[in-house]
Design a protein around this ligand. Structure first.
Ligand SMILES: O=C(NC1CCCCC1)[C@H](C1CCCCC1)n1c(-c2ccc(-c3nnn[nH]3)cc2)nc2ccccc21
Length: 233
């Protein structure tokens, strides 16, 4: 039985990533708002664009704390942020959805989201993803590392120095692999299941533009930041 050893520098890396992740949380809790009231499709779309805009801002701050990220080519830094923003949004949404809530709240939240204005065809893939993330019962460290690994995906469009990104991602993957082995000793497949979620996340990426424009309402308004990041308008 090989002894799994998280080195001192890996512990330091994990602490930096976790602190950054916890520091950069969405200020306003969207789940609480959704549980309080029923909103129209227009109000829900506005809420989504507000939440997504502030999430992009915190994602930039989080990313700047990833050791080595600021040493990457500047255009590659932009390409990584742009390429991962939608996946980071769905990953964050999944974590919000899977959070432990009082009895019956998750069902109400799901019902509110199902009636928010998103078109039916995207409900299944979106909730399948949320539930598959929920089943993993990830600890904070795993969530933070998974977000960093998603951002450091080398094969995003327009990334020039993919090897430099690969090296950063690999060091995150190595810490995550060891953490999974320590946190879930009975589940040797756990790390592989975690990475499998990233593949599911990419499929949501493909749906995204169609998902946005198919909200049951006309005149979808976006913030300037979202126009940049979401390739809309
Ligand atoms: O605000 C939200 N998510 C923020 C969470 C924190 C990070 C930034 C995004 C939306 C709600 C907006 C208001 C109407 C209901 C959904 N949301 C979504 C969601 C739904 C559709 C699209 C989408 N993308 N393109 N078209 N529709 C994206 C996200 N999934 C959620 C799961 C739990 C809690 C909130 C959730």
């Amino acid at each position: 039985k090989e002894k799994i050893e998280i080195t001192k520098e890996q512990q330091a890396l994990m602490k930096i990533i976790l602190d950054a992740y916890n520091r950069h949380q969405i200020p306003q809790d969207v789940a609480k708002k959704l549980l309080q009231d029923q909103y129209s499709a227009e109000e829900n779309f506005l809420l989504l664009t507000e939440m997504a805009t502030s999430q992009v801002q915190v994602l930039v701050e989080f990313t700047k704390n990833i050791p080595g990220f600021l040493s990457l080519d500047h255009e590659d830094q932009i390409a990584l942020l742009k390429g991962s923003a939608v996946e980071a949004m769905f990953l964050r949404s999944a974590q919000v959805f899977s959070r432990k809530m009082p009895k019956g709240h998750t069902e109400v939240l799901e019902a509110r989201i199902r009636k928010s204005g998103i078109s039916e065809e995207f409900m299944t893939p979106m909730f399948n993803f949320y539930k598959s993330i929920g089943e993993l019962h990830m600890v904070q460290e795993e969530q933070a590392l998974l977000t960093a690994i998603t951002i450091l995906t080398p094969d995003r469009p327009h990334v020039k120095d993919q090897h430099a990104v690969e090296r950063l991602q690999e060091s995150m993957l190595d810490v995550l692999r060891k953490l999974c082995a320590l946190q879930h000793p009975q589940e040797p497949q756990y790390f592989a299941r975690l990475l499998g979620r990233l593949t599911e996340l990419r499929t949501l990426n493909h749906y995204h533009t169609e998902m946005l424009t198919s909200w049951r309402m006309n005149d979808h308004k976006f913030t300037p930041l979202l126009c940049e990041i979401w390739d809309v308008q």
